[in-house]
Design a protein around this ligand. Structure first.
Ligand SMILES: Nc1ncnc2c1ncn2[C@@H]1O[C@H](COP(=O)(O)OP(=O)(O)O)[C@@H](O)[C@H]1O
Ligand SMILES: Nc1ccn([C@H]2C[C@H](O)[C@@H](COP(=O)(O)OP(=O)(O)O)O2)c(=O)n1
Length: 222
């Protein structure tokens, strides 16, 4: 059972994916956290993140590891837990440039496929290109959306309003454009993905909807 959950920032991918995996007894993988971890390492080691050749050259150096327990997600680089630092504004501002570099993506995608293949009962994998590129044979594909206003309000709320909703909205729109416009596996809905607009739904409603889709699919293949 492979569940692919893609969509832009703030649509609820992480919260939803963790809850769906926990409810169904599946593993969980946050691929965005992996691109953030790679970006954190580039910044910490003085790599010019706007220089794709420099990023490509350095991309084999850090060892990024992800935990797959939805109740205790973990992300580390060279054995150091980076779950806090990868959420900084500095990393958020640089992650689209780093994740657009094909060498970075090739390493991450390989790791993501091996992680999915090794999951004992199945896995929920969240990202931008899971249904289109990483795991195109996923059993269930979901594409989450929400209005830019709702997404910005959610993200600004997480920062206790330290960054205004308007500034957050602008930053989200810029990142969506970069992630959708890059050449190598851009953010996109797979043709066979089910689109769920979360703007007017509670987290529980989104989770219930996806769990129901997975259970339907399980019953159909039995
Ligand atoms: N359906 C929802 N309704 C309201 N808030 C939500 C919903 N889904 C997620 N959130 C909140 O929005 C924020 C962003 O969610 P997150 O799961 O991190 O999104 P993503 O992984 O797509 O960026 C979090 O603070 C989360 O608690
Ligand atoms: N499968 C993926 C996942 C994320 N990325 C890139 C593009 C995103 O802007 C960044 C960060 O992703 P993340 O899911 O952590 O972002 P949000 O939490 O939604 O803000 O990583 C990617 O290129 N491919």
């Amino acid at each position: 059972m492979i569940v692919a959950i893609d969509g832009p920032s703030g649509t609820g991918k992480s919260s939803t994916s963790k809850a769906v995996a926990a409810r169904l007894g599946l593993s969980y993988l946050d691929t965005g956290a992996q691109y953030r971890a790679m970006t954190w390492w580039m910044l910490a080691n003085g790599v010019d993140v706007q220089d794709p050749a420099a990023v490509a050259d350095a991309s084999g150096k850090p060892v990024v590891t992800s935990g797959t327990d939805p109740l205790h997600p973990q992300i580390s680089v060279d054995g150091t837990d980076v779950s806090g630092p990868i959420r900084s504004q500095e990393v958020t501002a640089a992650v689209s440039a780093v994740s657009a570099v094909p060498e970075v993506r090739a390493r991450m995608v390989d790791f993501q496929r091996r992680t999915a293949a090794a999951a004992p009962a199945g896995i929920v994998v969240e990202g931008r290109d899971i249904g289109t590129t990483v795991l195109p044979a996923a059993t269930v594909k979901i594409f989450l959306t929400a209005s830019a206003e709702v997404r910005a309000a959610r993200r600004s709320g997480e920062l206790n309003g330290a960054v205004s909703v308007a500034a957050t909205r602008e930053a989200l729109i810029r990142r969506d454009a970069a992630d959708s416009g890059r050449t190598t596996s851009p953010l996109a809905k797979a043709d066979d993905a089910v689109e769920v607009d979360t703007s007017e739904l509670t987290l529980d409603e989104v989770v219930d909807r996806i769990v129901a889709l997975v259970e339907q699919r399980r019953a159909a293949v039995r």
